[in-house]
Design a protein around this ligand. Sequence first.
Ligand code: ZN
Length: 123
Amino acid sequence: MEFFDEAVNKTKEVFETVSMKTSEVIATEKQRFDMNSLKAKREKDYTALGKIYFDIVKDDENAPETVKEKVEDIKAKTAEIERLAKEIQSAKNKLICKNCGANIAKNSIYCNICGAKIGDSEE
Ligand SMILES: [Zn+2]
């Protein structure tokens, strides 16, 4: 019986060690998940702070040079974004003539380049 008890105790010990390792692994994964989720939230905070700071310094002549450079980068990108948005908007209001390929106003009846009839109205 002594041998049997010893074997049972040994098994218990092994089982406890294994389950402890498993819970350690789970704890580590949870910590990793929590850490990465905090990192993502922190990135959003940095971005939000950047926007607040941009509004404060965007017209400040006394801002440090490094800040002024970034402000100019952002202003240039904003201008380019607005330009592209206008292009997209005006492309939406245009048609391409099936006859000559010209860009023409969406409500045209005839192509102002080649005179072909436009659209599916069969008048
Ligand atoms: Zn045409």
